[in-house]
Design a protein around this ligand. Structure first.
Ligand code: F6P
Length: 355
């Protein structure tokens, strides 16, 4: 049965392309299929609280290029036990019914899709759209937000390049990516990083130092190191999480870029600086590529709404736009496979991968 009324929310960290995707879903759903649309504020939190409003064409007009999300977002995880005893899942189910939703469209990353999957098991009709700058969602080749963030990181590496060259320094730049290092890998290759360190490959500081020393011997007096925020050394990777956290707290440095920079200075004697891009990577206008991707995923979601096909995440694969069951991304992370051709590409142009 075709959808008459659906709710739409954005959840998890924001990123460029969310508004383009909202527009893609809503325009097609409204213009082509004449559906009623309810905008839910601040992710799943809005559905718990009943913070819901009708969306009219003027709400989703003129937002294609805007960063952030007109709906607001939060990291609310309704299936996590509530500290104040609130039954969030019950509230969501009640409001879903109260607002007569035929489907809930959720735009988000791994956490959002895991929640969406669990809600579908509770009997709700759910459709998901993959967004995250981390590009770590299983079931889709790309998530929107990634391309824009990669451009921002690459631009930053280009800028750090001239500083590194002028000062004869090593510049260590940290990208986002707690579990998966896609952003560091892609921007590291695009920016010509001399060393790229990702969470999937624990680094050996001796190997990094050796690479920088060898470079120096060939007359290159500066280097760029790109590191993902979740990267750790071989030794740290072997430790229990709590012991690792304790060790980092004792070291008193804000993040991995600072730890790597200090280790490089110690091992090589080279002057080294750390730069952490942080949330800059998630801000501002989406790239043209992300606008096209978000719009395409959004309109594909509207077509599924029209055909009443639920319990799916819209995906992009080599063959175009398709869909996977929500169980595919739920509870998983798409890591860089150790045989990923891009790792070999990096190695082939002389980039050290930390080992
Ligand atoms: O959205 C995912 C992500 O970009 C991670 O790479 C990063 O660790 C996290 O968001 C930061 O989130 P927050 O905005 O909650 O600090």
């Amino acid at each position: 049965m075709s959808t008459r009324t659906f709710g739409i929310l954005t959840s998890g960290g924001d990123c460029p392309g969310l508004n383009a995707a909202i527009r893609g879903v809503c325009r097609a759903a409204y213009d082509r299929y004449h559906m009623n649309i309810l905008g839910i504020a601040n992710g799943y939190r809005g559905l718990i609280d009943g913070n819901v409003r009708p969306l009219d064409p003027e709400d989703f007009s003129g937002i294609l290029t805007q960063g952030g999300t007109i709906l607001g977002t939060s990291r609310e995880k309704p299936f996590k036990a509530s500290e104040i005893g609130e039954d969030k899942v019950k509230a969501i189910k009640e409001n879903y019914k109260k607002y007569k939703l035929d489907c809930l469209v959720v735009l988000g990353g791994n956490g959002t899709h895991t929640t969406g999957y669990l809600l579908s098991k509770e009997g709700l009709n759910i459709l998901g759209l993959p967004k995250t700058i981390d590009n770590d969602i299983v079931g889709t080749d790309r998530s929107f937000g990634f391309h824009s963030a990669m451009n921002i990181c690459t631009d930053a590496i280009d800028r750090l390049h001239s500083i590194a060259a002028s000062h004869n320094r090593v510049m260590v730049m940290e990208t986002m990516g707690h579990k998966a290092g896609w952003l560091a890998l892609y921007s590291g290759i695009a920016g010509g990083g001399d060393v790229i360190i990702v969470p999937e490959i624990p680094y050996d500081i001796k190997a990094v130092a050796n690479h920088l020393n060898e470079r120096a011997k060939t007359g290159k007096s500066f280097s760029i190191v790109v590191v993902a925020e979740g990267a750790m050394s071989v030794e740290e990777a072997k430790m229990e999480k709590k012991d690792r956290k304790k060790r980092w707290a004792e070291e008193g440095l804000p993040s991995v870029a600072y730890r790597v920079a200090r280790e490089i200075e110690k091992e090589t004697g080279m002057e080294t600086r750390a730069t952490v891009l942080g949330h800059v990577q998630r801000g501002g206008i989406p790239s043209a590529s992300d606008r096209v991707l978000a719009t395409s995923l959004g309109t594909a979601a509207a077509a599924l709404l029209a055909s009443g096909e639920y319990g799916k995440m819209i995906s992009q694969t080599a063959g175009g736009f398709g869909k996977v069951d929500l169980s595919v991304p739920a509870g998983k992370t798409k890591f860089i496979p150790l045989d990923d051709p891009l790792l070999d590409t990096a190695a082939a142009v002389g980039t050290c991968l930390g080992v």
